[in-house]
Write a protein that binds this ligand. Structure first.
Ligand code: AR6
Length: 171
């Protein structure tokens, strides 16, 4: 069962020693605040230089770079949806982020992938709903990618961790 390949932990994703961490980016891919700022700070300016060559990324899609000074080998950048009222495709776009990141991870032979809680910071996606979408989409997508051994949700704070643990238990 795919549930066995999904874990929820509390931590700082810039410290993750994995094949790929995911960055909750914006469509410019040129950095920002939150986890995006922390990842660029830890990776160093070579990450931004590679991001400049990518010409941005549409919301819900994903692009991969090297990890540079991070302990993670790669960074998969995905712009999550900004929450408006839930009637502008936000849930489907958030699911697309998780699906596309895992597809890109598999295509690049990444067996271990760590995600932050995409869109629940500056982009204000309601946490409980985001957690349910994330866990369900990861579980469904893992059906297609047997090469991905482990996916972790790396939650920055206890409230976020609780929401993802609850969603995983409910699966
Ligand atoms: N490790 C793990 N999670 C973290 C870390 C970290 N080091 N730092 C913050 N978080 P946000 P969004 C959590 O706002 O809502 C940026 O400016 C944070 O507590 O980073 O998708 C981009 O450039 C929250 O739970 O991302 C975009 O413009 C989660 O990461 C915009 O923000 C996501 O919060 C994207 O907004």
């Amino acid at each position: 069962m795919n549930k066995n390949r999904i874990e929820v932990i509390q931590g700082d994703i810039t410290k993750s020693e994995v094949d790929a961490i995911v960055n909750a980016a914006n469509t410019s891919l040129l950095g920002g605040g939150g986890v995006d700022g922390a990842i660029h700070m830890a990776a160093g300016s070579a990450l931004l230089a590679e991001c400049r060559t990518l010409n941005g990324c549409p919301t819900g899609e994903a692009k991969i770079t090297r990890g540079y000074r991070l302990p993670a080998k790669h960074v998969i950048h995905t712009p999550g949806p900004r929450w408006r009222d839930g009637e502008h495709g936000e849930p489907e776009l958030l699911a697309s982020c998780y699906r596309n990141c895992l597809r890109v991870a598999a295509e690049n032979h990444c067996a271990t992938v760590d995600f932050p809680s995409i869109s629940t910071g500056v982009y204000h996606f309601p946490l409980e709903q985001a957690a349910e979408i994330a866990i369900r989409t990861i579980a469904e997508t893992l059906e297609h990618y047997s090469s991905i051994r482990r996916v972790r949700m790396v939650c920055f704070d206890a409230r976020t961790q609780k929401a993802y643990e609850k969603a995983l238990e409910a699966l």
